[in-house]
Ligand binder design. Structure first.
Ligand SMILES: [Zn+2]
Length: 481
């Protein structure tokens, strides 16, 4: 497919392309408030499908939803030293309400650990009250100076999970369970392959003992942190004095976790799959999976093709598919195709008079390929086609990522690679933050993760890529969003 008018080609300017795709697909728009965005129905539809899938997975792993206030007393944030240091520079603070100065300023939540721990302190008394497995769907505010639609906005939507446990081992297990849930969601729903692993101390969440992340590679070969899961140890429990009576009668602070993914995932989905024509949406997260376009020249043709299209629509909806029917008058089929391609509908079904006569429809895949589908039992054939597209998108993204991953790089190769094609570079790391900082300054790359076993190189690196001292781990480097 040729590039669409009004869309900057990816190869020319990736970030202009990204914005153009969002505008053309009507996913989001800039708002009158700087740094904030408006999520339009098409984009919100993608987010709702993401929410639905994740919410089901959270509940299946024993979590319940709750809701905590948007405002947090400023003093709460200060109770955990690293946490306040990490978040204070980007908070929005309310100092007036109802026309009066407030006695204590209120922070608009940048994340909710502090207010949740203030409440857990009231609710948890004994080991019998544990574990507490909560999730909240909410908006948060982090004052950003340089913003980009979905990737970095001052206000964004997300879920934040917060759990409290009786032992460190249980909390650590929970942290990794959720990392697995995120990975499954990203691969099976978003068709986006991810690397998982731990963050270095320099990259971990403010207030966490250990942070784990899912990292994906975008089409410009930059990495995007798609989700994080934190083992918080007893840091917040101590700061908010959340203690419980243990089974043997002693007292201990709870061990806790927090984890989140945000509307940033919508940006990731766009950057992983879309092309120079517009949005490419994986079928499982497409607000409309199928668009049916009846084609006619005469009124008689119109009546017959629209009738067949309507019956087909009912069949597909009965099979659980999300279907759009585009029978608009006064618009050429080509113009309709162009519009739905730009919006990323995975499959288009064209029905002309000849198709009606032959008892078939033409199925055109958004990612290329066209074939006739018999109208008899069309639903199961269409479901199969959509499953095929979903699988192909994941395979394609995985092949792309692997093609732009390199293992065992030397210092010189790391420098050159980050200047040119970027991507993921696997290398030995001594673990010294000074080395990490030096690499960041020289190459603009950061450690994305210390990869989990499954992603590690078959032969463990023995030397640090930068200082040549013995490596304590393998690290994956990339330039990141
Ligand atoms: Zn080193």
């Amino acid at each position: 497919m040729n590039a669409a008018k009004g869309i900057t080609p990816r190869a020319e300017d990736f970030s202009a392309w990204y914005n153009d795709v969002i505008m053309r697909a009507q996913v989001a728009d800039y708002s009158p408030v700087r740094g904030c965005m408006v999520i339009r129905p098409w984009g919100y539809g993608i987010w709702e499908l993401m929410q639905g899938a994740l919410d089901g997975m959270f509940k299946a792993t024993g979590h319940q939803n709750a809701y905590f206030p948007l405002f947090i007393p400023q003093s709460f944030l200060a109770r955990e030293a690293q946490h306040v240091e990490g978040f204070a520079p980007e908070t929005a603070v309310v100092t007036r309400g109802g026309g009066k100065e407030l006695e204590e300023p209120l922070v608009v939540r940048p994340t909710s650990e502090t207010i949740i721990y203030a409440m857990l302190g009231k609710w948890i008394q004994s080991y019998r009250d544990l574990p507490v497995l909560l999730n909240q769907w909410a908006n948060v505010v982090r004052w950003e100076l340089r913003t980009r639609l979905f990737l970095r906005t001052t206000e964004f939507l997300w879920q934040e999970g917060h759990t409290a446990h009786a032992t460190a081992a249980e909390a650590e297990e929970e942290t990794l369970r959720i990392l697995g849930v995120y990975r499954e969601f990203m691969e099976q729903w978003m068709a986006m392959p991810v690397l998982t692993g731990a963050k270095t101390d320099a990259e971990r969440f403010a207030g966490a003992v250990r942070t784990y992340a899912c990292e994906a590679l975008m089409q410009d070969n930059r990495a995007l942190q798609a989700g994080t899961s934190h083992f918080l140890g007893q840091n917040f429990a101590r700061a908010f004095d959340v203690q419980f009576q243990t089974a043997d009668g002693g007292m201990d602070h709870v061990w806790s976790t927090s984890w989140g993914v945000s509307t940033r995932l919508v940006g990731a989905l766009i950057m992983v799959h879309s092309d120079d024509v517009g949005l490419v949406c994986p079928p499982r997260l497409a607000p409309r999976q199928v668009v049916i376009v009846p084609i006619w020249k005469s009124d008689a043709d119109r009546a017959s093709t629209v009738e067949v299209a309507q019956r087909l629509r009912q069949d597909l909806e009965r099979a659980g598919l999300r279907v759009e029917m585009d029978a608009r008058e006064g618009m050429k089929p080509g113009a309709k195709y162009y519009e739905w391609e730009g919006r990323g509908v995975p499959l288009r079904l064209e029905i002309g008079p000849r198709d009606v006569a032959q008892g078939q429809v033409m199925a055109a895949r958004r990612i290329g390929g066209k074939q006739p589908v018999p109208l008899a039992d069309a639903a199961s054939a269409i479901v199969q086609l959509l499953d095929g597209i979903q699988a192909e998108l994941l395979a394609r993204a995985r092949a792309r990522r692997d093609e732009h991953s390199v293992r065992g790089v030397t210092k010189q190769q790391l420098i050159e690679r980050m200047e040119e094609e970027a991507g993921f570079a696997y290398a030995g790391f001594c673990g010294d933050p000074a080395c990490e900082q030096a690499i960041k300054e020289r190459t603009k790359a950061t450690v994305r993760v210390l990869p989990d076993a499954e992603f590690r190189s078959p032969e463990a690196p023995t030397r640090c890529v930068w200082c040549d001292r013995p490596a304590v781990t393998e690290a994956v480097w990339a330039k990141a969003y």
